[in-house]
Design a protein around this ligand. Structure first.
Ligand code: FES
Length: 172
């Protein structure tokens, strides 16, 4: 026969919380099913929000020129990051390839959206997530899993300032 202490022998905390340890750890099938329903409902709501958000706020085209920085802010061989207010705030990188040679690309890798970085020692753009590499000149995929080239902006330098614009047709 199991030992059962008298009520007055039990400590106060046990009387205040009369839950048996083995019952506290038990999860019934019904509770588990409820948890799964809540989890999948939350995921469905999250996915719905993403879809609705993309319909309600579609990507806006960059119109006109956007001032990124002064030419002196980015030395040759260096890069800087920027985003364009009023659009979807996509992150971009501006690269100062050679004296007077600038390039601007989206910073999101076309594989799984990791942030790419410019590597001046090899003059290429690297995605460190899965060893993806892009041309720093054209954004073309050189190696790795990225399925598409990096989207590029046209760079205009005027009066010691660096601007970017969307590529409409061809680079002039
Ligand atoms: S996310 Fe860039 S290579 Fe995979």
């Amino acid at each position: 026969m199991a030992y059962s202490p008298k009520e007055e022998d039990r400590p106060n905390w046990k009387r205040d919380f009369p839950i048996r340890q083995d019952e506290a750890k038990h999860i019934s099938r019904r509770e588990f099913a409820k948890f799964l329903c809540l989890l999948s409902g939350g995921m469905a709501l999250g996915s719905g929000y993403v879809v609705l958000n993309s319909f309600a706020f579609p990507d806006k085209e960059l119109e006109g020129e956007f001032l990124v920085c002064n030419t002196a802010d980015v030395p040759v061989g260096d890069m800087t990051m920027f985003s364009i207010k009023g659009t979807k705030e996509i992150p971009y990188i501006l690269i100062h390839l050679e004296e007077g040679e600038w390039r601007a690309f989206e910073q999101k890798c076309t594989h799984l959206s990791c942030a790419v970085v410019y590597r001046d020692e090899v003059k290429k753009i690297e995605c460190p997530c899965h060893n993806g590499w892009f041309s720093a000149d054209t954004g073309e995929v050189l190696q790795g899993p990225p399925p598409r080239d990096l989207p590029q902006l046209r760079v205009v330098v005027r009066d010691e300032k660096v601007y970017v614009t969307a590529f409409k047709d061809q680079v002039s």
